[in-house]
Design a protein around this ligand. Structure first.
Ligand SMILES: [Zn+2]
Length: 243
């Protein structure tokens, strides 16, 4: 996380670009995902990657600000993604959420297409609900109304699946949302693979409570650091400022 830049565009732009590139390097982003961060100085503003910029080479300049009250873009730059409503409606409904990440992870989507509920089966999935809510609709979330439906389906959960489409996770900050998206796909891979071998065992509520308790802010930082360094070693952060 960079601390040397000063303007919100530079600071949040770098964080969004870094998050997207990290998720992409982990194989969980694909071409159309997005990450939004709530502005800590103005909770009615979110920063989100633009519609067109490649998720492989995104920079701070490709990140735009959106007014959560109006849905309008603030300032100049490329337009926000058509699915900005996912992020806007969740951030409006959930003051506890500081960042929202959405992409189309293949194992999460495969499970949804087969009618399986995403469930926590490994330590990676410790943040998932016992039954992750799923919106039974594969269409894009490209209107305020559909964004509100997603926010209602999410409720107070940490994740919501869009059947045949993708996954949305929320976090207190961008580090948590970023790593949750990657960890959810890891959990989904195990659930998918185990389903081919037999009936997957879901983590028990007492296991979830203990795992949740031990997965604190330090653990989030460790996950972020691991993914960031892995991405950097692969050259996936080239062109971004070194923190
Ligand atoms: Zn999508």
């Amino acid at each position: 996380m960079t601390t040397t830049t000063t303007s919100p565009q530079a600071r949040y732009g770098d964080l969004v670009a870094r998050s997207i590139r990290i998720i992409n390097a982990a194989g969980v982003m694909q071409k159309s995902g997005h990450v939004a961060i709530r502005d800590a100085d103005d909770p009615n503003v979110m920063w989100i990657n633009s519609r067109k910029a490649s998720r492989s080479t995104l920079t701070a300049a490709d990140v735009v600000a959106v007014d959560l009250r109006t849905g309008e873009q603030i300032g100049r730059g490329d337009e926000p993604p058509s699915e900005l409503h996912i992020h806007r409606e969740i951030l409006r409904a959930r003051p506890d959420v500081g960042a929202v990440a959405h992409s189309h992870p293949k194992y999460v989507v495969a499970l949804s297409v087969a009618g399986h509920t995403l469930v926590p089966v490994t330590v990676d999935g410790q943040f998932l609900p016992l039954k992750t809510p799923m919106l039974d609709d594969a269409r894009l979330i490209n209107s305020e109304e559909r964004g509100a439906l997603v926010a209602r389906t999410l409720g107070d959960a940490s994740a919501v699946v869009l059947r045949g489409h993708g996954l949305i996770v929320v976090g207190r900050n961008v580090e948590e949302a970023t790593t949750r998206l990657i960890l959810a796909e890891s959990n989904a891979w195990t659930q998918y693979t185990a389903s081919a071998l037999g009936e997957p065992r879901v983590l028990r509520p007492d296991e979830l409570v203990d795992l949740n308790h031990s997965y604190d802010e330090k653990a989030v930082r460790k996950s972020w650091h691991y993914e960031e360094e892995t991405a950097r070693r692969a050259g996936a952060l080239d062109g971004l400022e070194h923190p």
